[in-house]
Design a protein around this ligand. Structure first.
Ligand code: FES
Length: 285
C-alpha cells in the first residue's frame, strides 16, 4: 500500500536554513525520475525476501531493535580498521572477508528500504549506490593487491572509505531528516501528563470494535476484548506513523494484535511482527 507523500518542501523549508550540499539532498528527495527504478528494485526485493519470518528477522523484530544500524557496525568497523592499518608494513587489509562483512547490512538495509515512503526510498537508493561503489572499490583494492600492486591498492581502499562516508552521510539524512527507521510513536508518552488520564467513559466503548479517542491532540486506539479487558495503544504506528485505528485486529493466543494498514506491522501486548520494530506504542487506562 502506498503511503501519502509528505509535503517536505514546506516542512523542511520552515525547519532550518539548509546549506548548499544539503539543499541538493532536498532535490534528491523529490527526484521522481528515480521512481521507475525504485519500483523495479522494490519488486525485486519483495520477490527475494517475502517470507514473513525472514522479513521480521531482517527488520529486527526478535531483538526489538532495527537490525540495519546494528549490521552496519560490522562493515564500518572492518573497513575503517583496514584503512587505518594500511600503512603498517606486511598487513593484508583488503580481502574477501572485508567485502563479505557488508552482507548483513546490505540484506537488512534493502528489507527496511522496501517499506519506506517514496522520498525516503529515493535517498535510500543513492545511499545504497554510494555504498555499492565503495564496496566495489574495496574489491578493486583487493584485486590490485593480489597482483602485487600494493600502492594503487592502498589508494583504492582510501577512495572506498571516502565513498562509503558519502553513503553514511545519506544514511544520516535518512535517519535524522526523513525519520527513516526511527520510532514514530516515541513522543507519545511525553505528550500526555504522567499518571492515569481520563480518556473516555468505559460504557461508551463497544466490544471487539476499534475505537479512536484522543487525549488533547494525541490520538489513541481503544480496544475492548470479549472478556471486557481494555487495551489502549498510540494511534500512530511506530514504523511510519500509520493510522493504527484503521487497521485490523487479529488474535494471537489470548492477546489481540492490531495490524497497521500501511505495512502490516502487528502490535500487541505479546511479541509483534512487521517493519515497526521499535517499542510497542502501548499505553493503558
Ligand atoms: S506505518 Fe509502516 S507498518 Fe505501520
Amino acid at each position: 500500500m502506498e503511503v501519502p507523500r509528505r509535503q517536505c518542501e514546506v516542512g523542511q523549508g520552515a525547519m532550518m536554513h539548509t546549506s548548499l550540499p544539503f539543499r541538493a539532498l532536498n532535490g534528491l528527495e523529490n527526484a521522481d525520475s528515480l521512481d521507475t527504478v525504485i519500483a523495479c528494485l522494490k519488486k525485486a526485493v519483495n520477490r527475494m525476501i517475502h517470507a514473513r519470518a525472514a522479513k521480521d528477522l531482517l527488520h529486527g523484530v526478535p531483538p526489538g531493535h532495527p537490525l540495519h544500524p546494528l549490521a552496519v557496525q560490522l562493515s564500518i568497523g572492518a573497513w575503517t580498521s583496514a584503512v587505518i592499518l594500511d600503512p603498517v608494513p606486511g598487513t593484508q587489509t583488503a580481502s574477501e572477508v572485508l567485502i563479505a562483512s557488508a552482507l548483513p547490512a546490505v540484506v537488512s538495509g534493502w528489507t527496511a528500504w522496501a517499506e519506506l515512503h517514496p522520498q525516503q526510498q529515493r535517498v535510500g537508493v543513492a545511499h545504497a549506490a554510494a555504498n555499492a561503489a565503495g564496496t566495489l572499490l574495496f574489491g578493486v583494492s583487493w584485486a590490485l593487491r593480489s597482483k602485487g600492486h600494493r600502492g594503487p591498492g592502498v589508494v583504492a581502499s582510501a577512495a572506498a572509505l571516502d565513498t562509503i562516508a558519502v553513503g553514511g552521510t545519506l544514511c544520516g539524512h535518512l535517519a535524522c531528516r526523513l525519520a527513516s527507521g526511527t520510532n514514530h510513536a516515541e513522543e507519545v508518552p511525553h505528550l500526555v501528563a504522567p499518571g492515569w488520564q481520563r480518556l473516555c467513559e468505559l460504557g461508551g466503548i463497544p466490544v471487539k470494535k476499534i475505537e479512536k479517542r484522543s487525549l488533547g491532540d494525541v490520538p489513541f486506539l481503544v480496544w475492548r476484548a470479549a472478556d471486557g479487558s481494555i487495551n489502549v495503544l498510540s494511534n500512530k504506528c511506530s514504523h511510519l506513523a500509520g493510522p493504527m485505528s484503521e487497521g485490523k485486529v487479529y488474535h494471537s493466543s489470548s492477546n489481540p494484535c492490531v495490524e497497521c494498514p500501511w505495512h502490516y506491522s502487528r502490535f500487541s501486548m505479546a511479541p509483534r511482527s512487521g517493519p515497526g520494530s521499535g517499542h510497542d506504542p502501548a499505553g493503558c487506562v
